[in-house]
Design a protein. Structure first.
Length: 566
């Protein structure tokens, strides 16, 4: 039989390299492999033909093999290399002659002053019955061994002068097929087989820590798991030996995260720092006064430090602009930027033009002008002083607008205008203008003159005259009492007579009348009518006679025909 070494090059297609390390009738059981710092293989194994524990290392071009022990030694070996690439081997040894069964540790020590000479330092770890073992070296190259002993899971470590041994688990038949590893703090972790239950088990050393915080009352987390409150201290037990993250949190303070290695001999004294941050406030336009939570801090740009973490109200104020209020969440240890953009309402409008005097029921136009500092569109509101308002929507900033209004009653009225932007921010009311409105009366009822008896198809002239109480210009409207349109004159001065002619085509009586309207569209009553008799032409009288005759004869004729039929 032989012991073989298989290696595989990078890439699955490259194949395996197989070497014979040792050959004899029965050699190669209970192997354990380790690679040195140059990636050269080292192997411990059992020579069954000679009952020896052997060790082989690759020298670069050949295998160098050494005997480690003789006479029934070498079962279930476990190999590890220290920081100097020296081999350490744990193995079982037994002697039927001496009735000894035990666990041993062998370390190859290279002697000085002897060319190629070496010697194995062999120490008995424990008197045991069972197998196998697992070996690991700590950061000081001291060996640690997990092993099976007649139904118990056991662990041993070398302190530099002696072996310290302890039973890890003794519940049932446990500990076979063990594997040992050391963490970064040289604490042991062991996996093994529970033959009684048929389970895989894992064991690690546990300890406790005591935590105190300043100030007290912080919530304590270990590896992210909440453990309770340090009031004033908190003891956390059953922690696996090795590194753990301890985090303490307290409202108003920064979290403190500390990495510790269990066991910790003394209580952890953890100070907590107040959770404060800063804000950097800028304003557009610059120069705004900055207040934080109602306390004035200066003018923007402004940095405010030592603010407790959480929400704060920042206010920027600047003359001519609306206040800017922002709620900012301060993060502990951070500088939070705060940008306040100040928006101003439209400037107070100016009334550019408008009537100062006027009369009732007459529309007068008022023009106004305003600008918005942000260029927003503007809504204008006109207050006419008579409990009515008018609005103009969506006007561009800086564009003159106009609105018309009429008053129903005479009196003095104060007209003013204000502007509102799209954000709902309004200017002050403009300086008012005073408008005096007089009550406007209609013209007096006109006097009408003209012919009362005319021939058909003849131009007939009619004249009208009246005055307006306020001396307004007037126009006359003639009604001819036929199917033709009214005849209306141009505006003329009050008291000026106007005349119009008319032609009637058919005979009959028509009632002519006239009314006067002033320049503000206020009209008088209609005048007393003049009855105008238009002479009936002979042909119209003839046809009237025929029509009357037909009307009389038709009943007589119908009655006669009815009598003859009977």
């Amino acid at each position: 039989m032989a012991i073989l070494l298989l290696t595989c090059s990078a890439g699955a297609q490259s194949g395996w390299s197989i070497q014979t390390v040792d050959s004899a009738e029965n050699v190669g059981q209970y192997t354990s492999l380790a690679l040195d710092s140059s990636d050269n293989p080292h192997i411990s194994y059992y020579d069954g033909s000679n009952k020896y524990l052997k060790y082989a290392e690759w020298a670069g071009n050949d295998w160098v093999k050494k005997y480690v022990g003789w006479d029934q030694v070498g079962d279930s070996s476990s190999l590890a290399l220290d920081s100097s690439n020296n081999p350490h081997i744990s193995y079982y040894t037994y002697s039927f002659d001496n009735d000894f069964f035990g666990l041993a540790h062998a370390e190859l020590e290279y002697q000085t002053g002897h060319q190629g000479g070496d010697v194995w330092n062999i120490k008995t770890v424990d008197s045991v019955w069972g197998e196998p073992s697992s070996l690991a070296l700590d950061s000081s190259d001291n060996p640690h061994i997990s092993y099976y002993d007649n139904g118990d899971m056991k662990y041993a470590k070398w302190t530099g002068s002696t072996w310290i041994k302890e039973i890890v688990d003794s519940k049932g038949d446990v500990g076979k097929y063990t594997s040992l590893a050391l963490d970064s703090s040289d604490n042991p972790h062991i996996s093994y087989y529970d033959r009684t239950e048929g389970n895989l088990k894992y064991a690690a050393v546990v300890g406790s820590i005591s935590v105190a915080t300043f100030p007290s009352g912080a919530e304590v987390f270990v590896d992210g798991v909440p453990m309770g409150t340090a009031s004033p201290t908190l003891t956390v037990s059953n922690l696996v030996f090795g590194p753990h993250n301890v985090t303490c949190t307290l409202s108003g303070y920064l979290d403190n995260e500390t990495r510790v290695n269990v066991p910790v001999p003394d209580p952890l004294m953890i100070p907590l720092s107040p959770a404060v941050g800063s804000i950097s406030v800028t304003s557009t336009p610059s120069g705004a006064e900055v207040s934080v939570d109602g306390v004035t801090m200066g003018t923007a740009p402004q940095t405010v430090s030592n603010l407790a973490f959480g929400p704060h109200n920042v206010t920027c104020t600047l003359s001519g602009y609306l206040d800017c209020d922002i709620t900012v969440n301060v993060t502990a240890g951070e500088l939070e930027p705060v940008k306040c953009t100040l928006v101003g309402p439209p400037k107070t409008p100016r009334i550019l033009s408008g009537a100062i005097y006027g009369v009732t029921e007459t529309y007068y136009e008022c023009s106004a002008y305003a600008t918005d500092p942000d260029g927003d569109k503007i809504e204008y509101t006109f207050d006419w002083g008579d409990d009515t308002i008018s609005t103009i929507h969506d006007a561009d900033s800086g564009v003159t607008v106009s609105k018309s209004h009429s008053w129903e009653r005479g009196g003095n009225y104060s007209v003013k205008v204000k502007a509102t932007d799209i954000n709902g921010d309004s200017s002050d009311w403009s300086d008012p203008i005073s408008v005096e409105i007089s009550g406007n009366r209609a013209p007096d009822t006109p006097r009408l003159s003209g012919e009362s008896s005319v021939k058909p198809n003849t131009n007939c002239r009619y004249s009208a005259n009246t005055t307006d109480p306020e001396g307004d210009k007037i126009k006359y409207t003639f009604d001819w009492d036929d199917d033709t349109d009214y005849a209306t004159t141009q505006l003329v001065d009050s008291g000026t007579s106007q005349s119009r002619t008319h032609v009637w085509e058919h005979g009959g009586i028509h009632y002519v009348k006239v009314k006067a309207t002033d320049e503000y569209e206020h009209s008088s009553d209609w005048s007393d009518p003049i009855p105008v008799e238009v002479e009936v032409p002979w042909y119209e009288r003839y046809w009237e006679f025929i029509a009357a005759l037909i009307i009389v004869m038709i009943p007589i004729i119908i009655a006669k025909l009815w009598k003859e039929r009977r």
